[in-house]
Every structure is written in structure tokens, then in C-alpha cells.
Design a protein around this ligand. Structure first.
Ligand SMILES: Cc1cc2nc3c(=O)[nH]c(=O)nc-3n(C[C@H](O)[C@H](O)[C@H](O)COP(=O)(O)O)c2cc1C
Length: 191
């Protein structure tokens, strides 16, 4: 890959919210995970943990997602709540693939902060590796990753691991626009 191709890949990657229904082959996901773990990490702590839900776990996650979403929008027990729940359920189940990303929690606060940065780098590696293979990702930090039921479902102890992302992925049905302020406005050159 040329320098120009790599830089264009980084600049042109977009967060994807609408996916085609086609499944993403497992080797594509494995390649992205393989790329993710080459992120920088101070002290080689390798704090990232990836949880790839299978059918049973996805169905249970969908229930958690739908309940949280419906509760936020409508009064539980009403028709509106049931409608919102069903809509959210279908929306979640329509996403072709997903990975939850966790951070192993170090006891040292500084190391914890550095590990959080390392996990973010791993997620960006993942997004770029997916994008290079034609797959789009949405990094979500919605309430599912903080729900006690999610930790229970995944068999994670929240005192040992924090969930930092739910990454939805699939082939893009629509590539949205995004904007950035010119880097010159964010940069100072000092003597
Ligand atoms: C830490 C972090 C958390 C994010 N959480 C969400 C989220 O919960 N929902 C969402 O739609 N996008 C989320 N995003 C994606 C951003 O909204 C997205 O990167 C931004 O809109 C810029 O779009 P682009 O990635 O296409 O350039 C998150 C991104 C980061 C880095």
C-alpha cells in the first residue's frame, strides 16, 4: 500500500450507521482484530478485550438494547413502549455484526488512563482495518455497555473490566458526511 493510499484510507473512513444486510465473513473480522492488537500500549499491558457475540448472546443483547431504548422514550407498560421496544429490537438485530470492546482495569490510576488511550488506539486500528476491507463501523458508547445485565451476560466482572465500546459493523449502505476544522486552526507552532 502506498503512503497516499494509507493516508486517504484514514481521511476517508467514516462512521457508518446504515448497513447492507450482507454478513461480514469471519476472516474479515479476524483480520481487523489481528490489526487492532498492534496498537501502541505503554508497558505492553495489552489492556484490550474483545467479545464477539454469537446468536444467543446477540439475541440477549438485543433485548437489553431494546428495553433501554424504549424505557428512555416511553412510559413502560404502554402501547407506545411496546412499539418502541419492537422497533429497537428489529434495528439491533438488523446490524450484520458487532464486537464489544473492554479495557482490563489496572489498579494504578495513571496506568488505567494510559490503558484507556491504548484501547482507543486499538479501536481505531480495528475501524481502519475494516474500512480497508470495505466494511464500515460505528463506535457506540450507548447505555448497553454500562448496563449490569450486559456484564452478567458476557460474564465480566465490572470491577475488573470496563466496556468502552460496542462496535457495530457491516457493509455500508450509505456513507455519511463528516467535517473537520482545518488542522491549522488547531495547531500552534512555538519558538
Ligand atoms: C469515544 C467515542 C465514542 C463514540 N460514541 C458514539 C456513539 O455512542 N454513537 C454514535 O453514533 N457515534 C459515536 N461515536 C462516533 C462519532 O460520533 C463519529 O466519529 C463522529 O461523528 C465523526 O464522524 P466520522 O467518524 O464519520 O468522521 C463515537 C466516537 C468516539 C471516538
Amino acid at each position: 500500500m502506498s503512503e497516499e493510499t494509507l493516508l486517504r484510507l484514514i481521511i476517508e473512513r467514516r462512521t457508518i450507521y446504515d448497513f447492507k444486510p450482507d454478513p461480514v465473513p469471519k476472516p474479515v473480522l479476524e483480520r481487523a482484530l489481528e490489526t487492532a492488537v498492534w496498537a501502541p500500549n505503554h508497558g505492553l499491558t495489552e489492556p484490550w478485550r474483545f467479545h464477539v457475540p454469537g446468536e444467543r448472546t446477540r439475541a440477549a443483547l438485543a433485548q437489553i438494547y431494546a428495553r433501554l431504548r424504549a424505557d428512555k422514550r416511553c412510559e413502560p407498560g404502554t402501547d407506545a413502549w411496546r412499539q418502541a421496544h419492537e422497533k429497537a429490537l428489529q434495528r439491533f438485530l438488523a446490524v450484520p455484526g458487532m464486537v464489544l470492546v473492554g479495557q482490563k482495569l489496572d489498579e494504578d490510576p495513571l496506568r488505567r488512563e494510559e490503558d484507556a488511550a491504548a484501547v482507543s488506539c486499538a479501536i481505531q486500528n480495528f475501524q481502519l482495518a475494516m474500512w480497508a476491507q470495505g466494511v464500515g463501523v460505528q463506535w457506540s458508547t450507548g447505555p448497553v455497555i454500562r448496563a449490569a445485565e450486559t456484564f452478567e451476560l458476557l460474564g465480566i466482572d465490572p470491577s475488573e473490566q470496563k466496556l468502552v465500546a460496542l462496535l457495530y459493523f457491516g457493509y455500508p449502505a450509505c456513507i455519511g458526511r463528516s467535517r473537520r476544522t482545518d488542522w491549522r486552526e488547531k495547531t500552534r507552532w512555538l519558538d
